[in-house]
Design a protein around this ligand. Structure first.
Ligand SMILES: Cc1cc2nc3c(=O)[nH]c(=O)nc-3n(C[C@H](O)[C@H](O)[C@H](O)COP(=O)(O)OP(=O)(O)OC[C@H]3O[C@@H](n4cnc5c(N)ncnc54)[C@H](O)[C@@H]3O)c2cc1C
Length: 402
């Protein structure tokens, strides 16, 4: 045990959400300690899409140029009927009157957290501690005492505030005893990545493609290094079987007809949930990102909505830290705005996005296709759809909550 370290804000988790929060605070002159259980920022293949309003927000910490440089610009995304090959396309360029970034950026989330962690490592206000796992904490009227497991033992930190950005299994959320209501999908999602150019086999692919099929829907995403295939698999089947060569070959046989010739860089299985924490704040402790809410990846809302939490919370917390505002009502407004919009928008939109590509066959499939075509062909409905899918609508909705 090495005495007690102090900071204004302690953050558990150096994922995209924790590193953005820490950067905002450090750049505003607030002392932060970031605790990350892993030895580095996680390098798995989860988020790959940055939506236009998120790119605008990230400009505030100067990281958007890096994403534009490293990522791929995807103004157009498509709904594709796997059976007929028909495409229905949506073009974010139509929103260029309201955003300087009328496209998605396709870039692995790892690049964001790693670049920000590097910046924090040399920032005088920040202290990033890899291999440090938050174990527990106790709060009082003036601050929060944290117990942290390190390579050498248990250390203690005293912070004015604690932010849980510690992901789906958040210790912060559990320690506060906050319920995480919702459900887990029975199927699991398998993501396969490959350097094989899928666009050479499937004509006119965009960088983002939602492929509808009543028996095996898919999401096909291009990121700079690879193509990613996201496919639902039977959740009751053994993991080794689902990630085997036999299964990989069968998936690519069905997709492009030559499964055995496809080499994969990743084969990762995910359990997917729709869950929202009963509250996002308890006194001096707040939760953000996956610690507070989970949704399916259809539409790319998970990390993006976590980053929207962060910018909202920063705006409310900074005046409190500077002694210019009270924790109440400022921090409770964060909770109201972000929690309500998570329920009313993020949860319902992601469920709807999944239903659009996975629902029943025959007449039901045809009805969904006609509905999407009707949206695409009507100027007002298409714009409203783009505003929802690009997440502008969720931010407008949140701002109306007082
Ligand atoms: C297949 C798939 C595809 C996805 N695609 C997209 C997409 O395109 N767009 C999108 O917006 N979202 C997407 N998501 C969701 C996105 O990946 C998550 O929403 C995002 O990673 C959440 O970021 P986070 O920082 O809140 O949590 P995480 O990224 O999970 O980071 C949490 C961090 O906290 C650390 N940690 C945990 N416990 C402790 C502890 N006790 N002490 C210290 N550190 C701790 C972990 O090691 C981890 O580094 C996808 C998800 C999946 C599964």
């Amino acid at each position: 045990m090495s005495g007690i370290d102090r900071c204004q804000v302690a953050i558990a988790g150096a994922g995209p959400v924790g590193t953005v929060m820490a950067t905002l605070l450090a750049q505003a002159g607030i002392s932060v300690i970031v605790l990350e259980a892993g030895q580095d920022c996680a390098r798995d293949l989860r988020a790959s899409t940055f939506h236009p309003p998120t790119l605008e927000m990230l400009d505030q910490i100067g990281i958007t140029p890096m994403l534009l440089d490293k990522g791929l610009k995807a103004p157009v995304y498509q709904w594709r009927d796997r059976g007929s090959g028909e495409k229905i396309e949506f073009d974010l360029s139509e929103l260029s009157d309201i955003t300087r970034y009328p496209f998605r950026i396709q870039c692995e989330q790892y690049h964001l957290s790693r670049a920000l962690a590097e910046g924090l490592e040399t920032h005088p206000q920040a202290d990033v501690r890899f291999g440090n796992r938050l174990l527990s904490f106790v709060q009082d009227d003036a601050g929060v005492d944290l117990s942290v497991e390190t390579m050498t033992g248990i250390e203690r930190i005293r912070a004015d505030f604690l932010i849980g950005a510690d992901g789906a299994n958040s210790v912060v959320r559990k320690w506060l005893g906050i319920e995480f209501d919702g459900f887990t999908y029975p199927e699991r999602f398998l993501t396969l990545s490959t350097e094989t150019d899928l666009a050479a086999y499937l004509p006119d692919l965009s960088y983002v493609n939602y492929v509808s099929d009543p028996s095996e829907w898919l999401v096909l995403l291009r990121v700079p290094s690879v193509w990613r295939v996201l496919v639902p698999v039977n959740g009751a089947v053994d993991e080794a079987e689902l990630t085997s060569d036999v299964n990989k070959n069968a998936i690519f046989d069905r997709l492009i007809g030559s499964g055995a010739s496809v080499n994969t860089q990743h084969r990762t299985l995910y359990k997917v949930h729709q869950r929202v924490a009963k509250s996002f704040r308890e006194g001096r402790v707040m939760i953000v990102g996956d610690a507070a809410h989970l949704n399916n990846p259809l539409g790319g809302f998970g990390m993006n909505s976590g980053l929207h939490d962060v910018f909202n919370l920063f705006e409310k917390l900074l005046p409190v830290l500077k002694g210019q505002a009270q924790a109440d009502p400022n921090l409770s407004l964060y909770e109201r705005q972000r929690r309500e919009v998570t329920h009313s928008f993020i949860q319902s939109q992601t469920k709807q996005n999944m239903a659009f590509i996975s629902g029943g066959a025959g007449a039901a499939h045809e009805a969904r296709r006609r509905e999407l075509l009707a949206i695409q062909q009507d100027d007002a409905r298409r714009r409203a759809y783009l505003m929802r899918q690009a997440m502008f609508q969720s931010l407008e909705d949140a701002a109306l909550i007082r």
